[in-house]
Each structure stands twice: as structure tokens, then as C-alpha cells.
Design a protein around this ligand. Structure first.
Ligand code: UDP
Length: 372
């Protein structure tokens, strides 16, 4: 079995998936550090670099990442993992020094987590970035800061271009603390480039989806798929007329790798994502039909789903012309393929947990189950 596991491997061969190997440029192997490398995107990025033959170091405190995410790569000789915080200055100094380039992905993510833990969100996001940039500055190591489309805030003119104004909500609405903390990260990265000549690049990631993403922190696609597969109600927040554009993690990882290698990208901000829009209600209907589920689609008011006065954005569409011009970026995986990959993944997870539960039953219970 390859690095990534059966379902994902079969997904890759079935679809028009482009191997990460094709993103290789130059002959030299890279040594990269990925903060948040046991997270959803970080673990896919680690696999992308490993498939190219690079040496990968990750640091993750497992606050939202997990060992399962790196389960298939953790034994490889060119993969090194550290379960620690990015605010551990000594360790970060060593790791940054060892590597040629750093991806800073460690952050508090997911709207639910952000609304429930605003202190943690602000502190994790700002302190972590300060530490990464501080150590990168010593030898001017290249740094890619993963930012988010949340920084566009309540802007209502789509598509969003990298130089557009950011429109923030009031400070008593927890959601905007995330947007502001990531905007500060961006300011800091650009300041390190301008003032200290640290080669930084900023990637504003729009909704990114794929196997291993958990619905625990509020993300809509893994939530809907989980609900549909279990026959639970599919919970559409608000009236479902809000829309999003979803990109597959393999497209996003390919773009990140090319971006960190691009000299021209230094000091710049790039949107990464997909620009095909779907409303959340259409998405719920699609998930229901692709899973063949009997689940009902129900509507939950925002203040029940999140908190009183919660503000959502109606539309969020990236302008991809800047990154297209730089690296000919174009999303290759469409929404149906994205949903199939998540459904395949969650089905195999459900089957594995069912098998594990059966294996741990006593012989008497096993016999009872088999009689049903
Ligand atoms: N959403 C929903 N049901 C869920 C989770 C999310 O209707 O179970 C909605 C959410 O209110 C938002 C959209 O889906 O309008 C995307 O939510 P997500 O948290 O995935 O991403 P973001 O809001 O950051 O774009």
C-alpha cells in the first residue's frame, strides 16, 4: 500500500488526480518544516513532499490534528514528527534551522472552535506566527503563512481579489477575532519581508475539503456526510441560501508546494481555492442523493447553531487570476468528486470503527449481533 491508504489511493487512480511528483522542480531534495503537520491539510502536504522524495519535519500539539492523520507516514525514515507547541522557542529554533523552508499551518481553525474558544484562537494564531517568523529571520528561511478567506470578512462583492479591502464585523462577535488574528499574521509576514528581508508568502485558503477533515469543528461537508451516512438530520444553518466554493485538498496542496518554490511569490498574497459556487441547501441535497440517505434536511437558526447574533457571510468566491498567472493554478477536482472522496473516506472509517467494536465484544454479544 502506498503512503495514503487504500480508499484514497483508489480515489487518486480513479480520478483525474495529478501526482504530487509532477510538482517537482529542480534536482535538490528539500527539507521542509510543517507546523500543524498532523492536521487535515498539513498531513496531506507532508505526504505531497514525501512523495517527491523530500525530507519532512512536522510539529503539532494535536489540539485539532491527530496521530491517525499521520498514521501511514509516521514510520518513514524521511519523516520526523514532534508533538509540541509552535510556541516552544527552543524546539522551533532547532527545527527552523534544520529546514530550507517552513509552512506555518498551525492555527485555531473551524468556526465552532473559534466561537467557543476566542482567547485560544487569538493567542494561538498570533503567538505562533511571531515565533515562526522570529526564528526564520535568523537565516532568512522561506516561510509560507497559511491564511484564510475569513480575512475578507463581511465583504459582499465577489469575487474577492487579494488587494480588496477587508470588511470586519464588530469586536463583540467572536467570529471576527479569527479573521483579525489571521490578518495580523499577514501584516506580520509582509513586515518581516519588507523590513528584515525574510522571504515570506501568504496563501489565503478558501474552503478546503477532502478525506480526514473532521466535522468536529463545524466544517459543513464532513458534517453533512456524517449526518447522511448515519441517517441523522442534515442540519442546514440559516435558510441555506448562503454559498461557498469548495476545493479539494490535493489541488490546494499542489498550489502550496508550487507557491513556496516560487521566487516571484515572495512578499505576495495569493488566494487558493475553487471558484465554482454552490448554495448550502444545494450542497445538502447533493450529499443526500450521493449517499442515497433517508436523512431529512432541517433548518437550524444561526443563533442556535453558533451563538446569539452570529454573522455569516452570504457568498465567498475567490478571484484566482493572480495565482493562475503565477503557477497556472486551476482546480482539477469538481464538487461531485470532492463529495465522493469524503463519502468514501467516511464510509471506510465507519466500517473500521464498526469492525473494531465487533472485535471487542464478548463471544456471547458477538453471537447475539450475528443473530440480528
Ligand atoms: N453550515 C451548515 N451546517 C453545518 C455546518 C455549517 O449549514 O452543519 C454552514 C455554515 O453556516 C456556513 C457554511 O455551511 O454558511 C460553511 O460553513 P463552514 O464552517 O464549513 O465554513 P465557513 O463558514 O468558514 O465558510
Amino acid at each position: 500500500m502506498g503512503l495514503i491508504g487504500q480508499n484514497y489511493e483508489s480515489y487518486k487512480s480513479r480520478k483525474s488526480y495529478k501526482s504530487y511528483k509532477s510538482y517537482r522542480r529542480g534536482k535538490n531534495k528539500m527539507k521542509v518544516l510543517i507546523t500543524g503537520g498532523a492536521g487535515f491539510i498539513g498531513s496531506h502536504l507532508a505526504e505531497g513532499h514525501l512523495e517527491r522524495g523530500d525530507e519532512v519535519y512536522i510539529i503539532d500539539d494535536l489540539s485539532t490534528g491527530s496521530m491517525e492523520n499521520i498514521g501511514r507516514i509516521k514510520g518513514l525514515s524521511n519523516f520526523h514528527y514532534y508533538l509540541d507547541s509552535v510556541t516552544n522557542h527552543h524546539l522551533m529554533a532547532e527545527l527552523v534551522d534544520l529546514c530550507d523552508a517552513v509552512y506555518h499551518l498551525a492555527a485555531a481553525v473551524g468556526v465552532r472552535l473559534i466561537v467557543e474558544s476566542p482567547v485560544k484562537t487569538i493567542e494561538t494564531n498570533i503567538r505562533g506566527t511571531e515565533v515562526v517568523l522570529h526564528h526564520a529571520a535568523k537565516k532568512r528561511k522561506r516561510v509560507l503563512i497559511a491564511s484564510t478567506s475569513e480575512v475578507y470578512g463581511k465583504r459582499d462583492q465577489v469575487p474577492f481579489g487579494e488587494n480588496d479591502d477587508l470588511v470586519m464585523g464588530a469586536t463583540d462577535k467572536g467570529r471576527w477575532s479569527y479573521a483579525c488574528s489571521k490578518a495580523i499574521d499577514e501584516f506580520l509576514a509582509i513586515a518581516y519581508w519588507k523590513e528584515k528581508k525574510v522571504p515570506t508568502v501568504i496563501a489565503r485558503l478558501f474552503n478546503t475539503v477532502g478525506p480526514r477533515q473532521t466535522g468536529r469543528y463545524g466544517m459543513v461537508i464532513p458534517n453533512f456526510v456524517r449526518q447522511a451516512l448515519r441517517g441523522e438530520d442534515i442540519t442546514v444553518y440559516g435558510d441555506g441560501s448562503q454559498s461557498r466554493c469548495f476545493a479539494h485538498v490535493t489541488d490546494v496542496v499542489g498550489a502550496l508546494i508550487r507557491l513556496i518554490e516560487s521566487q516571484k511569490a515572495v512578499g505576495e498574497v495569493y488566494n487558493i481555492g475553487n471558484d465554482r459556487e454552490v448554495t448550502i441547501l444545494e450542497l445538502a441535497e447533493k450529499v443526500k442523493s450521493l449517499t442515497g440517505s433517508d436523512s431529512r434536511i432541517v433548518f437550524t437558526p444561526y443563533d442556535q447553531a453558533y451563538e446569539e447574533g452570529f454573522e455569516d457571510m452570504l457568498r465567498r468566491v475567490p478571484d484566482l487570476s493572480k495565482i493562475h498567472k503565477l503557477i497556472a493554478y486551476q482546480p482539477t477536482v469538481d464538487l461531485d468528486e470532492i463529495l465522493e472522496s469524503v463519502i468514501d473516506y467516511q464510509r471506510s472509517e465507519l466500517a473500521a470503527s464498526h469492525a473494531a467494536a465487533c472485535a471487542s465484544e464478548t463471544p456471547a454479544i458477538k453471537a447475539a449481533i450475528s443473530l440480528r
